[in-house]
Write a protein that binds this ligand. Sequence first.
Ligand code: SF4
Length: 454
Amino acid sequence: MNHPREASIFSNDQEKAQWHDETIWLVRSKRDQAARSVPEWEWLRERASQIKAHTLSRLDDYLRQFEKNAIANGVHVHWATDADDHNRIVHKILQDRGVKRLVKSKSMLTEECHLNPYLIARGIEVIDTDLGERIIQLAGEAPSHIVMPAIHMRKEEVGELFHSHLGSDAGATDPAYLTGVARQHLRRKFLTADAALTGVNFAVAETGGVVVCTNEGNADLGAHLAPVHIASMGIEKLIPRAEDLGVFLRLLARSATGQDLTVYTSHFHGPRAGAEAHIVLVDNGRSVRLGQKDFRDSLKCIRCGACMNTCPVYRRSGGHSYGWTVPGPLGSVLAPHVDIDSFSSLPFASTLCGSCSDVCPVKIDLHGQLYAWRQKIASHNHSSGKSYAVRVVAFVLARPAIYRMAGWIGRWMLRHARPVVHRSLLKNWGRSRDLPAAPQQSFRSWYLKNRETP
Ligand code: SF4
């Protein structure tokens, strides 16, 4: 995957790119307002970061404690080493119970594991019930944001999609009307589902319970109607105590959308009478990251999406340009762990301005991690174009005569071959920038003429 190429495809539609930038910035502004309304905001961030650091330092103990308590609550606990393992476990649970229709609430982990195509290929109907997720499922696309998966689509596009798939009125674009159509459609699916799958925002070691945050109540509806509830979670979602939840819940919704709390904060502590509950704990590379000093802190992430909303590169290049489940600064840190060759361009999709680290509610040093990846990629020669360029510049700067000649050629080209330099040599850089006017002389010649001799 090549981020600059994919980003330029997105930004070619200038009107849409501008609208995307402004829409996401609005969410970032709401986050700022919400953060300012809490005087102890910085204390909360520090506390959350420390709780996560502590949990990660004893993750094995807390995982065992969580498993013991969940089993005592009547939950079946499964362990998955990787994405395939996760998919096999979920499929076996469904197959053994003759499940034909599964309703899912939003889960980035199942996107990471590509669960939907796995189950669909085995004859199980999978319905994403989060409105944004359902929109992109109908459109046959991947999420472009971890909190607002269909943020790249305008209401006109959603109207057309619903007209062709759900039979809504042609040309209808009213969000309230379209949401009503989706509600009717999804309600029928909820009522006839054989099983429900949810993600997990937090898992509490001392109680064995899991917490799921949604704005639509779709996780609750699915889990309370279907006879089987499966909760899939990455092993980093643990926190030690129920009282720690207050810290994270206050940070999560404010950082994500500027709300005080998500509309639904649902606590699941076991199956209801006559039903079954399963929790699948997934590693999929997380324990490797736990052992890497430079990248371990990325496991503190609570998936709020704030780093995406603030990132000037994400806002102007769109989530799909990252080519991986999680886009933006966080995705650029995570994706190279999966495949350093395929995703070597992502750590460079950043200005290193540090805004992502500034807004992160658990104080992950995201820009530091992006910089660490750049160093690794450069040392593995995964960025040969830039390495050659730096070597050429080092060669020129170390030789004054060649440096003066390069300056003369540069000024000559600026005067006589400006369009060639602008359009061909500086292609992407030059598309939205102007070149400076060529100076009459170099600084060196000016200095030699004007310096005062003692
Ligand atoms: S890295 Fe921080 S800001 Fe980005 S999604 Fe995770 S918690 Fe939110």
